[in-house]
Design a protein around this ligand. Structure first.
Ligand SMILES: [Zn+2]
Length: 102
């Protein structure tokens, strides 16, 4: 049986993995962070900050990091689908190749 890039073990914490046209991985992971958005999500904010388990993604080829805005904010817990969609879209458009492992 031949070994393939997509059959190798995923790094710890990776929830989903997308493949770029060049063969690099885009890894979706959970991300704990502090936010003042309420449980209702955007655009509802309060003056109370809380810790949530949201999401982010990173392209291992070009190092682009997933974010909901220009400030680099991670995705809120209820934005998991958006995180998946954005990671998938990046993978579809990105032509970066995997970095050499050494
Ligand atoms: Zn990329």
């Amino acid at each position: 049986m031949s070994s393939t890039a997509w059959a190798t073990d995923w790094p710890e914490g990776v929830l989903a993995r997308y493949l770029t046209a060049g063969g690099a991985h885009v890894d979706l992971t959970s991300r704990r962070f502090r936010t003042n958005y309420t449980a209702q999500g955007r655009p509802y904010v309060s003056d109370h900050w809380r810790e949530v388990d949201g999401f982010t993604w990173q392209c291992r080829g070009c190092d682009t990091r997933g974010s909901v805005n220009a400030f680099g904010d991670p995705y809120l817990p209820d934005e998991r689908n958006k995180a998946h969609n954005d990671a998938n879209r990046h993978a579809a458009e990105c032509r970066s190749m995997p970095r050499p492992t050494r």
